[in-house]
Design a binder for this molecule. Structure first.
Ligand SMILES: [Zn+2]
Ligand SMILES: [Zn+2]
Length: 135
């Protein structure tokens, strides 16, 4: 087993219990049972961006609730107990994510992943349309 145990984690935003959620063979995340914030490993996040409809199963929190919790800053990684860094998505700079400087896990408030993924998808569509017009 890995040294970093993901059992009995507490949500860094609301203090509720987090539970492991699986989607397919590759995707495993920790999700808060109360605010539905998600703690995700970076390679899992990139995997989630590729999977069709994954957000409908995993990112089920209410975006309005997520927005409320997004106001909470200076949270600690529930695994390493170090202060997480606030970073913006390089493409979508309106989205703020919390990243642990120690284990690189990313905390997403409810609705943030859908936002991240949907806009990435729209960018792709726009890219396709542009490509068509150019050829
Ligand atoms: Zn929570
Ligand atoms: Zn950590």
């Amino acid at each position: 087993m890995d040294e970093t145990t993901t059992e009995n984690l507490e949500c860094p935003k609301c203090g509720s219990a987090m539970e492991t959620k699986l989607y397919g063979p590759k995707i495993s995340i920790e999700r808060c049972t109360q605010c539905y914030g998600m703690l995700v490993e970076p390679d899992v996040l990139s995997q989630m961006r590729k999977e069709w409809m994954v957000e409908a199963f995993l990112d089920i929190g209410h975006p309005q609730v997520g927005k409320e919790y997004d106001k909470i800053e200076d949270i600690e990684c529930p695994i390493c107990h170090v202060c997480m860094d606030k970073v913006t998505d390089p493409v979508q700079t309106h989205i703020w994510l919390e990243v642990c400087p120690n284990c690189d896990r990313i905390f997403l408030d409810a609705g943030e992943f859908s936002d991240l993924k949907y806009e990435t998808f729209m960018d792709k569509v726009k890219g396709l349309l542009r490509g068509k017009r150019g050829s």
